[in-house]
Design a protein around this ligand. Structure first.
Ligand code: FMN
Length: 201
């Protein structure tokens, strides 16, 4: 009789041990599933569709836009004004030049000639512009108001004579609070390694 009791005890102990091992295995595989899911999410974050969208009056920002597109394997879109800017339009020493008049007019929205609706399909947008009087040229506002980029993560970049990007970045965030504008960087004379740094943030 005591022999049977002893056997029962051993069997119960074995059953408990098997149960604990089964539970531990289940936990570890579900945490592996979670890890895999997280890593897939991370990958889709980093490998989402990328576009570089830029406006450039005299070509400086265009050079940087092309470097970013090459580095990130992105599609590139230029914001082309309906009425091209002439040298006289961009002569900021003349108070009456077109660019200065636009910058002085909060309501100015110079028209865009090309269809940029495809840019709303991208997960990440690098938005480039020169600095005009400390901020973005009004045509950048035309673009942001015409197309719904609220699903995208937006990084801005600029070129300028010397001004930083800080004011244009805070202006954009203030004017368009629904947009997910993450950061911005002035990239005058950027090297490939500067571009790599900027794009890996
Ligand atoms: C109308 C106008 C206003 C400008 N205002 C500024 C400014 O406030 N600060 C600055 O550092 N550079 C200013 N610049 C210089 C441009 O930001 C600089 O030359 C820029 O690299 C031009 O880029 P883009 O060739 O892509 O047009 C201005 C240029 C123009 C045409």
């Amino acid at each position: 009789m005591f022999g049977n009791l002893e056997n029962m005890k051993k069997l119960s102990f074995l059953a408990i041990a098997v149960f604990i091992i089964a539970m531990l295995t289940a936990c570890s595989s579900s945490s592996k599933d979670l890890d895999t899911q997280k890593s897939n999410e991370k990958q889709s974050e980093t490998s989402g569709k990328i576009a570089v969208v830029y406006f450039s009056g005299t070509g400086n920002t265009k050079v940087i836009a092309e470097m970013i597109a090459k580095e990130t394997n992105a599609d590139i879109f230029e914001i082309v004004p309906k009425q091209a800017y002439t040298d006289a339009d961009l002569n900021y020493n003349d108070d009456n030049c077109r660019a200065n008049k636009e910058q002085n007019d909060d309501a100015a929205r110079p028209q865009i000639s090309n269809d940029l609706s495809a840019t709303t399909e991208y997960d990440v947008i690098y938005l480039g512009h020169p600095i005009w009087w400390g901020t973005v040229p009004r045509i950048i506002q035309t673009y942001l108001e015409k197309y719904d980029l609220s699903d995208a993560t937006i990084h801005t970049f600029c070129t300028s004579g010397s001004s930083s990007i800080d004011k244009s970045l805070s202006d954009l965030k203030g004017w368009y609070p629904k947009l997910n504008i993450i950061d911005g960087k002035r990239l005058n004379g950027a090297t490939e390694s500067d571009i790599k740094d900027f794009c890996s943030r």
